[in-house]
Design a protein around this ligand. Structure first.
Ligand SMILES: Nc1nc2c(ncn2[C@@H]2O[C@H](COP(=O)(O)OP(=O)(O)OP(=O)(O)O)[C@@H](O)[C@H]2O)c(=O)[nH]1
Ligand SMILES: [Mg+2]
Ligand SMILES: [Zn+2]
Ligand SMILES: [Zn+2]
Length: 422
């Protein structure tokens, strides 16, 4: 039996127990008249005051009779099933969460999901990272692994389209993400399809990816983060972004440059990591020796700005090769060690030491979503050449490889080390 975790409120339910929503389609109505909209107070209550009153009127929710739930009408090759509405008789494929009444895309309920939580201080680069990452997964990285990524549901498709137009066509950087107090930010839902055993023709494995791009303000302290507790404790993996330009010692080390002004210093990464670990521990994620069991990928962003501090042979300056569609474990360790030694220099290794004490599965990464700083005269713009990302895919690929979703290549067999791929 498939267990479905709602990507909105993180309620767990067996797929068979989910209610359906009538789509109020006028065609195919048996007997009477089509269903009309009804006030959905459960949904409105979850979405908060930001939801416009008109949006509260939605298709009626119904729980199918047992007999029907057991015999769903199959629809299309993408799976999912339709059940006829008891009032109008028209079949609907749309299932809703019991807890919050959000609609779940029809194929969301049919496969394993991996929830990836994204955390980081305000302006550390989360929204830019997600958009560029999705584009890379659809192109260069997707090609290397014969993988494809499809946005699920209209909200995600619409957001992706707008973000891609802004970043790649109009060359505009994303706006600051609105904090939860001002309205609900929808999770981003994707279906990742990867060939089994890393080869096409050996069957395909589908995994649902749920990303949640929170506003930095909402992760700025234990109290604010509390709102995200359910999301963080449901996560299969965490990507934490660290903005090096917000670290005092890095700012001091950078040569005088003609790029845009340095960002305001927000919540220190060490505090975010400590609050995160405390939240996860409080929700049963504390494993052996009090360390949190959820794997965490900690990625230093904006590495384009760090070039003056790097050796010309640094692995941070180029993408991983992804040869033969395998995740290169030796390459990952090279990057991990490089970031570790950079951090030792920045804060005497205090952040790394704390992460190692708090998290049992940790790997360090370095990435640049843009490949170059925004133009000095237009700090809200993407560099003229468009995003030229470096290593944006590594943290997610590591988390997926750890879960056996991607094949791994390693020459240093049996090597012990932090964040070893299992
Ligand atoms: N140099 C450089 N700057 C970047 C890069 N990515 C993002 N930035 C800068 O960081 C700023 C913030 O990026 P966002 O993606 O909006 O950051 P965020 O973490 O989503 O911010 P909030 O939503 O406010 O929490 C951007 O406006 C850019 O100025 C990068 O790869 N390199
Ligand atoms: Mg943002
Ligand atoms: Zn829900
Ligand atoms: Zn109906």
């Amino acid at each position: 039996m498939t267990t479905v975790i709602c990507p909105y409120c993180f309620d767990r339910s067996s797929a068979a127990k989910l209610p359906y929503r009538c789509l109020m389609t006028p065609s195919g109505v048996r007997g009477g008249s089509p269903c009309g909209p009804q006030r959905d107070d459960i949904w409105a209550g979850f979405m908060g005051p930001g939801a416009p009153p008109a949006a509260r009127m939605r298709g009626p929710v119904f729980t199918p009779a047992r007999r029907l739930a057991a015999l769903p009408v199959p629809v299309g090759p993408r799976g999912g099933s339709s059940v006829p509405c008891p009032d109008c008789g028209v079949p609907t494929p749309v299932r809703v969460c019991r807890g919050c009444h959000n609609d779940l895309p029809s194929d969301y309920c049919d496969q394993d999901s991996r929830i990836i939580a994204l955390v980081g201080a305000k302006a550390s680069g989360k929204s830019t990272y997600v958009s560029v990452l999705l584009n890379e997964l659809n192109q260069r990285v997707g090609q290397a692994y014969h993988a494809s990524l499809a946005a699920m549901g209209q909200t995600t498709q619409q957001r992706d389209k707008e973000m891609a137009e802004d970043l790649y066509e109009r060359l505009r950087l994303p706006d600051a993400t609105r904090p939860a107090a001002l309205g609900f930010n929808d999770p981003l839902l994707y279906r990742l399809s990867v060939p089994r055993r890393g080869r096409p023709g050996s069957g395909t494995r589908h995994t649902t990816l749920v990303f949640f791009d929170a506003a930095g303000e909402d992760l700025a302290g234990a109290e604010a983060m509390d709102r995200y507790t359910r999301y963080l404790s449901a996560a299969d993996g965490i990507v934490m972004l660290v903005d090096p330009l917000q670290l005092g010692s890095v700012r001091d080390r950078l040569p005088v440059h003609d790029g845009p002004p340095l960002p305001v210093v927000e919540t220190p990464p060490q505090q975010i990591a400590a609050d995160l670990a405390a939240q996860l521990r409080a929700h049963g994620k504390g494993g052996s020796r009090g360390r949190v069991s959820t794997p965490i990928a900690v990625a230093v962003t904006k590495t384009d700005m760090l070039r003056p501090l790097l050796d010309p042979h640094s692995p941070l300056l180029r993408n991983a090769s992804h040869t033969e569609g395998r995740f290169d474990e030796d390459d990952r360790l090279g990057v991990h060690e490089e970031i570790r030694s950079l951090m030792a220099d920045w804060d005497s290794g205090a952040l790394v030491r704390q992460l190692e004490l708090d998290f049992a599965e940790l790997s360090l990464f370095g990435l640049s979503a843009l490949g170059a700083p925004p133009p000095a005269d237009a700090p809200a713009d993407v560099p003229k050449s468009g995003p030229q990302p470096v290593r944006v895919e590594d943290p997610l690929l590591w988390l997926l490889a750890r879960r056996g979703v991607l094949p791994v290549r390693s020459t240093a067999k049996g090597r012990a080390g932090k964040g070893r791929v299992k």
